[in-house]
Design a protein around this ligand. Structure first.
Ligand SMILES: [Zn+2]
Length: 282
């Protein structure tokens, strides 16, 4: 309730408008979503398309390489993980003709494997599991009956046919194999997660992979080096800020939008106002 009022007053304070017209005008804003319903997507895309120029990640990377100019208030919409529910957005994406990119966990797509962070561990929270080494995390999960390759009765991620159907309208990109916290991986794990994911998505799913979104937004210098070496052209974080064609392509900044149906919250978060205050009061 308090948050609702806070978003409403922030929205109508004029700050989001000010951010759009001043901060975002000559920048590229990247937004992060996960698993929104088709109804929320329709409302969200319609709202954003009225206020921003939605461009694709590929247009942006190309503009960086060729030093092209981009439209004012350019915005890129990204969806992390490859959730099954994303398939339901196809109709809206087609109808509204909105470019979106979806970042897939190559080891989970087209299987009944589950995302480790969605596994309800009885004692250890997923935020605690993000703080230990990848090996330790897998040990703790294994003791509770979860394995990255374990097949569950129902899928959590999209299958190959669904990806195939969306391919003409969506840019599919990489989000590692199994969504580890990359800085918690040793070198061989990081290599597998970053480089092998690109190969799987290209060879098994026949996708053209140029971008990686670092799981949880976490990355190290080593992970960037591996991504470059593997042939990615850009890497997307969740570091606060906006981008230009001069930005470091492997440290692209992104604003996290809660999967919300509240337009006040969307307005405040898409403008960067929310993340800006979070930075200050951190
Ligand atoms: Zn993710």
């Amino acid at each position: 309730m308090f948050k609702k009022l806070l978003f409403k007053s922030l929205r109508f304070s004029g700050l989001p408008l000010l951010f759009r017209e001043i901060v975002q005008r000559n920048k590229v804003t990247i937004l992060l979503f996960h698993d929104i319903s088709p109804e929320v997507a329709r409302q969200t895309f319609t709202f954003l398309a009225k206020r921003y120029n939605i461009i694709s990640i590929n247009d942006f990377v190309q503009a960086c390489h060729q030093n092209h100019q981009l439209p004012d208030k350019a915005m890129i919409l990204t969806f992390d993980d490859g959730h099954l529910g994303n398939y339901g957005l196809l109709t809206v994406i087609r109808e509204l003709n909105i470019p979106v990119s979806i970042y897939l966990c190559a080891g989970i797509m087209d299987t009944n494997r589950h995302y480790w962070f969605a596994f309800p561990h009885p004692e250890v929270s997923s935020s605690a599991l993000k703080k230990v080494s990848n090996k330790k995390k897998l040990e703790i999960l294994a003791a509770a009956g979860f394995h990255p390759e374990k097949e569950f009765p129902a899928p959590q991620a999209m299958n190959k046919g669904q990806i195939e159907a969306m391919k003409p309208f969506v840019s599919f990109q990489a989000h590692t194999m199994f969504h580890p916290i990359l800085p918690q991986c040793d070198d061989s794990e990081a290599n597998f997660e970053i480089a092998h994911a690109k190969r799987v998505l290209e060879e098994q799913f026949e996708l053209e992979i140029t971008a990686i979104a670092y799981p949880n937004g976490d990355y190290s210098e080593r992970d960037i080096a591996i991504a470059r070496e593997a042939g990615y052209q850009c890497g997307i974080t969740v570091d606060y800020g906006f981008n230009t064609t001069k930005s470091d392509l492997f440290r692209l900044k992104r604003l996290s939008v809660n999967d919300t149906n509240n337009l006040d919250e969307l307005s405040v978060k898409a403008s960067g106002v929310w993340a800006f205050f979070k930075q200050i009061f951190k």
